[in-house]
Each structure stands twice: as C-alpha cells, then as structure tokens.
Design a protein around this ligand. Structure first.
Ligand code: ADP
Ligand code: ASP
Ligand code: MG
Length: 402
C-alpha cells in the first residue's frame, strides 16, 4: 500500500513532536507500506519569517517573500529525515525543486499544475521514506512560489493523486473536522464524515482545518481524505463524495475574520461598470468574494465587495490607479468585519434555513452588513467583534451539538 501522510506545523513544532511523527511514519513503513510524508514548517515559523521580512521591508516583493518562506518547510523536512535516520530507517527529504512541483507563476498564491513522480518513485523503490516540503512549488521562471497559507494540505492531496496513493491522511492538532472551529465554539462536535462539497465550502469560508484547494483537488481526483490528530489515535473525519448518513440540514458553521470590505461609491450607472472594476481586480490577481451592488440613483451606483485581508491593500492600489477609467467618487475600506457562514447539503430541499439564521442574529442584536448564498450555504458579513457570539448562537439554534 502507498500511504501519503501530511503533518501540520503544531505536529512538528519541536524535537519531541518530530520524533512522535517519525515513529508514526515508521510504523507504517515497518508494516511494509510505501510512505510519503508531507510536512509544514515547524510551529509558527511561517508567521515568524513573515514578521522578519516585514521588519526589513514593510512591503516586501511577493517573489522574495516566497523565497524566504520556503525555508520553513525545508527546515522541517530535513530535520525529519535526520530523526528517522537516527531511528535506523532510511529516509530522504526533497523540496519542490527536487521533486519538480510545477505551479503557476503568481507568488504567494500559486496553483499546482504538474508534479513529476519519477524522483519520488525512484526513492520509494529503494525502500526509503520520502519526506517532501508542503506549501512550495516552482514556476516557469525557476523561482520558488508558495500555494497560499495552509497550502501544505494541497501539496499532500496533489502528491496522493499523482502517485495514485491508497490513503491520504491529514494529521493536525484537532482530531477531525468539527461542526465549528472548536477554539471558537466550545460545544462543537466532531463529524465522522463530510462530503467534498460541504468541506469545500467550510474551508473556503474560514474553516482553516483544510486548505480549500486541497478539497477541490481531492474531489477532482477522487482522493478520499482522512483528517485526524497527530497526538492521539482517534479515528478522525473522512472527507469523500457521498456520506452514509442522511444529509444534514446544516453540517457546520465557519468564521472568517480575515475578510475586508471595500466599497466603491458613486460609480456611473451604465453597462460595463462592474466589468471594468472586476476585470482590473482580476488582472491584478485579486480574488473577490461577496459582491453587492446598490440600486442606481441619479445616474450613479455603489459596488461593495469583500476580499481576503492579504489582498486588501492590493485591491485598493488597483482601484486607485484606475480611478480615471473607472470614474468613481471615492472608496471606503472596512477592516473590522468577519464572515460567518452556515453550510449544509440538506439546505437545498429545505426552505427557511436562511431566515432562521437571520432571526438568530436579530435576537443577538447583530447587524448584517452583507449577505450571500448558494444552494448549500448562507454567508453574512458582520462586525468582527460580534463574530464569536454569532457563531455560538447559530451553532446552538441549529442544534449542531446534538
Ligand atoms: P495544521 O498546522 O495542522 O495544518 P491548522 O491550524 O491549519 O493546522 O488547522 C487546524 C485548526 O483548524 C484547528 O486547531 C482549529 O482551531 C481550526 N479549525 C477551524 N475550523 C475547524 C473545524 N470546522 N473543525 C476543526 N478544526 C477547525
Ligand atoms: N507553513 C505554511 C503556513 O503556515 C503552510 C501550511 O502550514 O500548510 O501557512
Ligand atoms: Mg493547515
């Protein structure tokens, strides 16, 4: 059997944890399996590297930032190989260059395009445990790129798909996917199973337990994921196409505190306005999320949208550079906002779910700034200071702890 095992930052935060992971992998190896291990940077190393960069230059180029960040994952994989060797098992660490993990060229948010499996297969054939850097890739200029925060999950799924692995396990600091972030909602409950679609929405809407693109990729290539703890032997959560139990009305609540809202006031109320705004943003690689356009009055209209906090300044810059062409009066930016969402495949056939969520927010005296919905989710934008209260109240009203 070929097993891909991914361990996050907390799971390799210190010497003891590194040895714990090494032993778990060696168990699989000794059972006769081929073992490929994907690692994140140790503990908070990625955050610390970003801080270091910003101390030198508050606005570092994304290329140089990626060059720096790849050091994090390179540290953990090499130390892991040393730990395994010390335990008497042959292991080799490889980075994105050595594996040839090709990505798109956009630094900081690159997408994996192709992974060469030759080197990995060669090392597995010589009965080594292969330890690979998560999060990083190489673009067509032979520069390092990174896949976005939390991107090691995506590396793991991509490698599992490329190698046609029998198992892809994501080990983290919680024992599975919960009905809400257990750090925010104390009554959150572990799910035994969840569908790709629900997990994709939860991850995209702020449930950081999995990188959203890892779920997208798992669905595309039919890779069944298991999310479990690196510190216990609990069974974890299975993420797959269909779940056995009846689809739940609401399966989870997600909170995203990194959202920012930008409002463009006084745009011309005529065809092509929205196109010009969002085309300019797309060309600058700014991902836009919720969008709201006001009713036109006096030949003007306003457009508000949310972006991930990492891209707020980029969005503002693009809009300011294009003011003459986009013809607006002014821009307002609001950073103290959060998205709170509910996700559930059962929503599709049950009316009234959104109303119940809005009623709950009303009871808590929480004002809604924006709303967006799809077949299986409802998202509201609210003040960031209300986010945790909202998540707990919504979790309660839908009886998710039962
Ligand atoms: P890793 O370093 O292992 O990748 P992360 O910090 O990226 O770990 O993800 C694990 C964290 O995700 C948990 O500690 C938890 O606080 C958070 N989280 C957010 N939403 C959820 C959820 N629905 N279920 C479980 N954990 C969640
Ligand atoms: N080390 C990277 C991060 O902190 C990638 C990851 O952990 O998945 O975002
Ligand atoms: Mg993570």
């Amino acid at each position: 059997m070929l097993v891909v095992k991914k361990f996050g930052g907390t799971s390799v935060a210190n010497k003891e944890r590194i040895y714990n992971v090494a032993r778990r992998c060696i168990e699989d190896y000794n059972a006769g399996n081929d073992v490929v291990v994907i690692l994140s940077a140790m503990g908070k190393m990625t955050d610390e590297l970003i801080e270091k960069a910003k101390d030198i230059n508050p606005n570092p180029s994304r290329r140089e930032l990626d060059m720096l960040l790849t050091v994090g994952e390179q540290t953990s994989v090499s130390l892991m190989a040393m730990a395994m060797a010390n335990l008497g098992v042959p292991a080799i660490s490889l980075n994105a260059f050595q594996v040839s993990m090709h990505t798109t060229s956009n630094y900081g948010n690159a997408r994996l395009k192709r992974i060469d499996t030759e080197r990995i297969s060669h090392e597995l054939e010589s009965r080594k445990i292969v330890i690979i850097t998560g999060f990083q890739g190489v673009n067509k200029y032979d520069d390092y790129t990174t896949l976005g925060r939390g991107g090691s999950d995506t590396t793991a799924v991509a490698i599992a798909a490329a190698l046609r692995a029998d198992k892809c396990e994501i080990y983290t600091d919680v024992d599975g996917v919960y009905t809400a972030d257990p750090r925010i909602v104390k009554k959150a409950r572990k799910l035994n199973e969840i569908t790709y679609d629900e997990m994709l929405d939860l991850a995209t809407l702020g449930a950081g337990v999995l990188h959203n693109r890892s779920v997208e990729m798992a669905k595309k290539y039919g890779v069944t994921l298991v999310v479990r703890s690196s510190l216990t032997n609990e069974e974890g959560t299975i993420v797959k196409e269909d779940v056995k139990v009846e689809k739940m009305l609401v399966s989870g609540v997600a909170v995203d505190k990194s959202a920012e809202r930008i409002s463009i006031i006084g745009l011309e109320d005529k065809p092509g306005t929205a196109f010009r705004v969002f085309d300019a943003l797309a060309k600058a690689n700014v991902n836009v999320d919720m969008i709201l356009q006001s009713v036109g009055r006096d030949n003007t209209k306003d457009i508000s949208f949310t972006v991930d906090g990492n891209f707020g300044e980029d969005a503002l810059k693009v809009l300011e550079e294009n003011q003459a062409r986009l013809k607006y009066q002014n821009i307002e930016m609001e950073k103290n906002v959060a998205k709170v969402s509910i996700v559930g495949a059962g929503m599709m056939s049950n009316p009234g779910v959104a109303a119940k969520m809005f009623e709950c927010l009303y009871n808590e005296h929480i004002n809604i700034k924006m709303i967006s919905t799809s077949e299986i989710r409802v998202t509201v934008l609210i003040d960031v200071n209300d986010a945790e209260k909202a998540a707990n109240a919504i979790h309660d009203i839908f009886g998710l702890d039962e």
